[in-house]
Design a binder for this molecule. Sequence first.
Ligand SMILES: C[S@@+](CC[C@H](N)C(=O)[O-])C[C@H]1O[C@@H](n2cnc3c(N)ncnc32)[C@H](O)[C@@H]1O
Length: 270
Amino acid sequence: MERPNWAPGDIDLERPSVARVYDYWLGGAHNFAADRAVAQRALDTMPDLRRVIVSHRAFLRRAVRFLLEQGVRQFLDLGSGIPTVGNVHEIAQDGDPDSKVVYVDIDPVAVAHSRSLLLGNDRVSVLQADVRDGAYVMKSPEVTDLFDLERPVGVLMIALLHFVPDSDDPLGILATYLDALPSGSYLAISHAGYEEGEDGEGWTATRNMYDRNVTPMTYRNREQFTRLFAGLELVDPGVVRLPLWRPESLEDVDDTGAPFPVFGAVGRKA
Ligand SMILES: C[S@@+](CC[C@H](N)C(=O)[O-])C[C@H]1O[C@@H](n2cnc3c(N)ncnc32)[C@H](O)[C@@H]1O
């Protein structure tokens, strides 16, 4: 298979990656046959999947705009993915051109493509790192050279933490970031999850296939999701199904009647 110039030499093109499968679902062009095969199989078993993906991006947009309204001008996008449309720096710098963004992802394609897209934008930096190593991320020059850590930061974890199992101590990871940030900082999370008994056949099949072929996921129910915000003040409307977090239009509200399999919330450090 021919390797395009945006694909770093050390990646295995035959092995689906979270970032590239997601890119396919978002309509992006930075994915390979192996990614598309898994992504398409998931869509075939779970046609609703696309609305879920779209809702993560819509939440990201609403959360960044909300944080801008609260005066936040520094955004740390953890597990930022392969840039498509509606990226954090576009939303944030549309609100205030001086907004600063650090993108962090473990995926080489996501990082390479972000770097090439952002060349020349001196208010954005890109770091390849494992977000579970918060100390490394917070001490990196990408963060310390760009951010004023005396001022609030909006930490974004969009469709990320369901890839971090309990054995990796997600609460400890979150604490590492939040302890390094001043009061008035925010944490925004969207996360796959549903209450007991809600996961229909399609979801279970999709999830098992994804676990086997891409990477294992940890779904968290409302209570487990809420615990991620320990020590923070939840802003209105608290923990909700993702489309119901401050919808800006009817389009944002999912009205199929089926339980929406993603929770979302934003918390503030007092
Ligand atoms: C489902 S995608 C979401 C991308 C983006 N946040 C969005 O909403 O469009 C999850 C991203 O998290 C990244 N990721 C997963 N585990 C990670 C880790 N431990 N460290 C850094 N990035 C990670 C993947 O590479 C992927 O790009």
